[in-house]
Design a protein around this ligand. Structure first.
Ligand SMILES: C[S@@+](CC[C@H](N)C(=O)[O-])C[C@H]1O[C@@H](n2cnc3c(N)ncnc32)[C@H](O)[C@@H]1O
Length: 465
């Protein structure tokens, strides 16, 4: 029996959990006065959950991704032929990586991005990709682009996993992924290419794009205004830009959990402080509306998802998402902090390691329910590109968080927890393996569970700060 309380100050209406409400016909003058309508399932604490980090039951959520290129999952497969259309502007200097505190960093535009590009980070990115897809019920994007879209750009493509899967699922498209680091695989679909490029420099592409995608660039892009201006200039009229972004600070369901009593909340604050000292705004993705509008975009749309850290949330989908988010955070803590905290905050490596150990302990606490906001933005360049489109109201949607106030924390677990896949296990697992892991335990489909608690909410800008 659960009673629920919302932590967002929102006007809620009943709404189908699986329906996006992406209407954008209203106008308003105040860029900060963004409104939101929620269409996603509420996040609720699972009162039966015995371990907020790992969980004691397996979910029945069947991972919906059906990857049609087995070679992505099995490097020995020949099903993608002997394709080597890998294109890179790189000279050998881009491989002259810099090593620091046991981690490897990019060489091109050295020092620009404070996060490593080594195997640990690549594994984290591939795992995080699964979380993004799971969040979108298997989809790679939200923008209403036609299936037969032609030219696609993925800015800051990382390991290239999004670009490769997009290319694979859209044979008509030509997909270009750009990044500072040459960490993309050599075997890719014939319609996918990579380019080593700094997105903060002028974008010089031969053709305009139908769709520009970027993801998880909160610690990479310093000037989002410039980013959107360049995206606008490089899109065909009617084309879409999409940004899928995790946003700081990290949040907690439990009242009274602050930087005073939580190492994880302190880490979030330190990250924001260090990032801001190098010109990055960790909260930036919460405030794209005026930037997109100023660049000329219309039909601005954002939907906020929530990723529980660990398996404390109700519902099979959230349990799997929570496992991904927990593993992601465990690797993101050192990835994001070792460079920034030593270079900017002038901590020693040992100080960082000791503090991160505290953060990990905090993330494992059964009585704390942390989550991250993940924002999915898209916006359109007007068909008549001379129409700058000022005054279009963005549509915002948000998952609401609710928890069971009657939750009690059992002293001992009587259920044997399944071993959680390590980051590497997950990223190398086949879709079938992921689905199998998700299918043990819960007997109610995620969609069914989430529909029952679906609500629609209107929020203001302050609510997503
Ligand atoms: C957190 S990763 C996200 C990778 C990918 N978008 C994904 O979602 O898997 C950020 C990526 O941005 C790249 N990056 C950082 N600064 C960049 C820049 N100025 N230009 C191009 N890529 C950049 C990094 O090398 C890294 O691969």
């Amino acid at each position: 029996m659960a009673s629920s309380s919302r932590i967002q100050d929102a006007d809620a209406n009943d709404h189908d959990a699986n329906t996006d409400t992406d209407t954008d016909t209203h106008t308003h003058d105040d860029p900060a006065a963004d409104t939101a309508s929620s269409s996603d399932p509420s996040l609720q604490i699972d009162s039966d959950e015995r371990d907020s980090a790992y969980g004691d039951s397996q979910s029945s959520y069947v991972f919906p991704v059906l990857c049609s290129s087995p070679c992505l999952l099995d490097p020995t497969s020949t099903s993608l032929l002997t394709i080597t259309s890998y294109t890179m502007s790189a000279t050998s200097s881009v491989f002259n990586f810099r090593y620091e505190n046991g981690r490897r960093y990019h060489a091109y535009a050295e020092g620009k991005y404070p996060v490593p590009n080594d195997e640990t980070e690549a594994d984290r990115l591939d795992l995080q990709h699964q979380a993004f897809r799971l969040s979108l019920d298997g989809k790679l994007y939200r923008a209403p682009i036609p299936k037969d879209v032609q030219n696609v750009l993925d800015v800051g493509c990382g390991t290239g996993i999004w670009a490769i899967e997009y290319a694979d699922e859209h044979p008509s498209a030509r997909v270009l992924g750009t990044d500072l680091s040459p960490i993309q695989p050599a075997q890719v679909p014939p319609n996918c290419e990579f380019l080593i490029d700094d997105c903060e420099q002028d974008w010089i592409f031969r053709d305009q794009f139908d769709y520009i995608h970027t993801r998880a660039m909160v610690a990479a892009v310093k000037d989002w205004n410039r980013f959107f201006e360049q995206a606008y200039a490089n899109l065909k009229p009617g084309g879409y830009v999409e940004c899928q972004e995790l946003a700081f600070p990290i949040k907690c369901m439990d009242p009274g959990v602050t930087a005073e009593n939580s190492a994880l909340m302190r880490w979030s604050e330190y990250f924001l402080e260090a990032a801001s000292k190098v010109g990055l705004d960790g909260t930036g993705p919460r405030h794209f509306t005026p930037k997109l509008r100023d660049a000329g975009f219309v039909n601005i749309n954002v939907k906020m998802h929530k990723w529980p850290v660990g398996q404390w949330a109700k519902g099979a989908k959230f349990k799997l998402l929570g496992r991904f988010a927990y593993e992601d955070l465990m690797d993101w803590l050192p990835s994001s902090s070792l460079g920034l905290f030593t270079r900017v905050l002038k901590w020693t490596r040992e100080e960082v390691e000791v503090f991160l150990a505290e953060c990990r302990t905090e993330a494992k606490r059964k009585d704390r329910h942390y989550y991250a906001d993940v924002l999915f933005w898209y916006a359109r360049k007007p068909e008549d590109a001379s129409n700058l489109g000022y005054g279009h109201e963005p549509t915002q949607a948000e998952e609401l968080l609710e928890y069971d106030e009657e939750e009690t924390e059992p002293e001992t677990s009587t259920t044997q927890a399944q071993p959680i896949p390590t980051t590497t296990d997950v990223t190398r697992a086949s879709v079938e393996q992921l689905a199998a892991v998700a299918s043990q335990g819960d007997d109610k489909p995620a969609t069914e569970q989430s529909k029952s608690s679906a609500t629609v909410a209107k929020i203001d800008e302050a609510a997503i700060k």
